[in-house]
Design a protein around this ligand. Structure first.
Ligand SMILES: [Zn+2]
Length: 371
């Protein structure tokens, strides 16, 4: 099983050098993205990865000699990422032509430097000794908090920079030690996401979201107010911006922590968990900010991973199932049901339904296990 392990780098003076390295990689990114666009404009063609690689070596010899000091595998990874983005874009065009999907994936963007925040090494150019990372070319050591051991063979090493200037090390390992599977309980559950009640399970359990964002709204408001009073791009502005970012990060951290714990609880109780495929863009349009706050998408990802890790079955139900309007006992469709009706009675089999519990049961029935 492929797993990734994340460690925080100490806040050390040397970190600025990693930051500079990431910015250099951004230069490579911009150069090749522009090249792709120019090439398309002239010849209506895409430059494949191999040719980009060749061109990179040529550039190092000719017009960009300063790129020679950059770790070469990390440079190649920039091209891998560009290629990945374009391949997804091309595949999507094919799929839409064939009518497999309606979702549109846009042409890859040139990333602005503040959004270009990571650098990936594969086999060469780095070394790890205890809790110290060494990057060839920088000739410096970077210490990180090794709060746990990783297992398996390290395939890639990624260094990430976040919005408040902290650096993280992510090791992606292959052949890791599998986690112990949780004991089987024989229980099955379908899950309905909601705004009032975060999760409603098909057996009637309701789990309410702690709404961390709402609780920190005052802190966020005051931080954004401070920011808006500063002169744009001044020293004070950057400090205030970082403070706001820090508040946001705290909210996200607390929420994610709660997600992991909730997902674990569910995995302990059920062998089979089904959720509905979400249409996040549509939900945002319908409900606004609160959807981002409850973050269904992040939760379902975490739940899927936990299920895989602990040997439970994770299933997804098709998005177009009319989950709320169908009676799960007899399949009768109640067309008159509006969003405001929390409870309704089935006209055909006379069961009294809680809207959310009924939806969760439909999801449970319609779920198809994800391999
Ligand atoms: Zn019925």
């Amino acid at each position: 099983m492929r797993k990734s392990f994340k460690y925080k780098l100490y806040n050390q003076k040397n970190n600025i050098q990693i930051g500079n390295l990431i910015d250099d990689m951004h230069q490579v990114h911009v150069h090749f993205m522009k090249l792709q666009r120019r090439y398309y404009r002239l010849f209506k063609k895409y430059i494949p990865k191999k040719r980009m690689n060749k061109h990179l070596t040529k550039l190092k010899r000719t017009t960009k000699p300063h790129w020679q000091s950059l770790p070469s595998q990390a440079c190649q990874n920039v091209l891998v990422r560009i290629d990945f983005g374009y391949q997804k874009f091309f595949d999507n065009i094919e799929e839409r032509k064939a009518g497999i999907t309606k979702k549109k994936i846009g042409r890859p963007h040139i990333k602005p430097s503040h959004k270009y925040n990571s650098i990936t090494f594969t086999q060469a150019g780095w070394g790890i000794d205890g809790n110290r990372l060494h990057i060839r070319g920088l000739d410096k050591h970077f210490t990180f908090w090794k709060h746990r051991n990783w297992s398996g063979k390290i395939k890639t090493v990624t260094i990430k920079r976040d919005t408040i200037g902290d650096y993280y090390l992510a090791l992606s390992c292959e052949d890791t030690e599998p986690s112990d599977h949780l004991p089987k309980t024989g229980n099955r559950a379908g899950i309905d996401f909601g705004l009032k009640v975060f999760l409603t399970l098909s057996d009637g359990t309701k789990i309410v979201s702690p709404e961390f964002y709402k609780k920190s709204l005052n802190a966020i408001r005051s931080a954004s107010k401070t920011l808006s009073r500063k002169q744009y791009l001044s020293g004070g502005w950057f400090r205030a911006k970082q403070h706001l970012n820090r508040v946001h990060k705290k909210v996200a951290n607390r929420r994610r922590d709660w997600f992991w714990k909730t997902a674990l609880k569910l995995c302990k109780r059920y062998d089979y968990i089904a959720i509905e495929t979400l249409n996040l863009q549509g939900m945002k349009k319908l409900w606004g900010r609160k959807v981002s706050d409850v973050a269904f998408g992040e939760f379902s990802q975490i739940l899927e991973w936990q299920c895989k890790k602990f040997g439970k079955t994770f299933a997804k139900a098709d998005r177009w199932q009319p989950t709320t309007k169908t009676c799960y006992k007899c399949g009768y469709k109640n067309k008159d049901l509006t969003l405001a009706d929390r409870f309704w009675a089935c006209e055909s089999c006379h069961t009294h339904h809680d809207r959310d519990i009924n939806a969760a049961n439909i999801v449970l029935q319609a779920g198809v296990p994800v391999s």
